[in-house]
Design a protein around this ligand. Structure first.
Ligand SMILES: *Cc1c(COP(=O)(O)O)cnc(C)c1O
Length: 373
């Protein structure tokens, strides 16, 4: 049997929508993008959303909005994709890493306060694997020290904790529509916020900081636009948005399927001592972006190779960012600086999890893992 790590779930309606966009006059940001933004914000229960070219750029722009610059510090987690920390580096600010919780892999909110200095501007938590961080606790800390919160919500569109969803308590939540994310247009991203000022800024910032977007400029004819600040080129096109429209309609339906599959894994691994799993928080909705398990670090690499030999593709999410040469060399991190993140990072592997995955494929994966261990 061969089990792919990921399969997308685009259907006939998605294909119809993209054809419609291709047949329309405007291919760049326009009405389809606006329609998606409205839908996306509504799904999240937020007032606004702005479509962007990636989550990485969304994170970067969010930090720029809060004026993060050289000499500033941004608090984040080491257990994430490199993009999270990179956004801080782009601003020439310093990422201050805070270790994670052993049972969820999320940033340990109890350790954040100790990491705050006079230079701290923003807290940048990541809702790892689809499970939200403790936003209520983090908001309290942020308010006490007058800090902004930018959520890296690349793994978590559907998630909810204590009644809180991405963008509800954070100032800006950033999302990814990269090829493997829960909804995708190949490459793309967005922010969501409840702050009108932030919304207006992003609308301009994604198009060079110009006062008028393409549609307005077309309506105005030859009239000139003005530039009020140095913006960026980071807009989500109609073509990309067309692919997202129907996916957002079906997002909870797909999540239901992923939840069933995740619980099937869970039940299987309960009987295998050598597999450890992350804790699913009670009274919380898990967005189920990745299904990640932990094994003995000494065997992780050979174990993954053996799975591959038996047709099962897996992936490491993540070795801590602090172990990557760029960050390690620049900041001189040593082994043991982020104990829990390092322990998790050396033990984890993610298994296939997508709506098209079949029950019998999960049975095969669990059986194979049992045999190998
Ligand atoms: C995928 C991902 C990103 C980057 O998203 P892009 O849209 O590819 O820029 C950022 N943070 C995390 C945690 C991710 O998994």
């Amino acid at each position: 049997m061969k089990v792919a790590f990921y399969k997308h779930n685009l259907d006939a309606v998605d294909k119809k929508n993209i054809l419609k966009a291709l047949n329309s006059y405007i291919l760049t940001t326009g009405e389809v993008t606006a329609e998606f933004e409205k839908k996306f914000a509504k799904y999240l229960g937020n007032k606004y959303a702005v479509g962007l070219m990636s989550c990485t750029h969304a994170l970067y722009l969010a930090l720029v909005y809060f004026g993060v610059k050289e000499g500033d510090e941004v608090i984040t987690t080491p257990l994430t994709y490199t993009a999270t920390a990179d956004a801080i580096e782009y601003c020439k600010a310093k990422p201050v890493f805070v270790d994670v919780e052993p049972d969820t892999g999320n940033i340990n909110a109890d350790l954040i306060e100790k990491a705050i200095s006079k230079r701290t501007k923003v807290i940048l938590p990541v809702h790892l694997f689809g499970q939200m961080v403790d936003m209520k606790k983090i908001r309290k800390i942020a308010d006490k020290y007058n800090l902004a919160i930018v959520e890296d919500s690349a793994h978590c569109i559907e998630g909810k904790r204590d009644g809180v969803r991405p963008g509800h308590l954070g100032d800006i939540a950033c999302f990814s529509f990269y090829a493997t994310k829960n909804i995708t247009c190949g490459e793309g991203g967005a922010i969501s916020t409840n702050n009108e000022k932030i919304y207006n800024w992003f609308n301009k910032a994604r198009s060079f900081g110009l006062t008028k977007d393409v549609i307005e400029r077309m309506k105005m004819g030859i009239k000139q636009y003005d530039k009020v600040f140095l913006g960026f080129k980071s807009n989500l096109s109609n073509i990309q948005a067309a692919l997202l429209l129907h996916q957002i309609d079906k997002i909870d339906q797909r999540l239901k399927r992923k939840e069933i599959l995740a619980q099937k894994y869970e039940a299987g691994f309960r009987k295998i001592d050598k597999v450890r799993t992350f804790k699913k928080l009670k009274k919380a909705k898990h967005a189920r972006y990745l299904y990640t398990i932990m094994v003995d670090p000494a065997i992780r690499e050979s174990f993954m190779a053996n799975l591959k030999e038996r047709g099962i593709d897996t992936q490491v999410n993540y070795e801590p960012v602090t172990k990557l040469s760029y960050y390690k060399n620049k900041y001189g991190f040593k082994e043991g600086d982020f104990k829990i993140a390092e322990e998790i990072g050396s033990s984890v592997l993610s298994l296939p999890l997508y709506p098209k995955l079949k029950e019998k494929e999960i049975n095969y994966i669990v059986r194979t893992i049992k045999e190998l261990l």
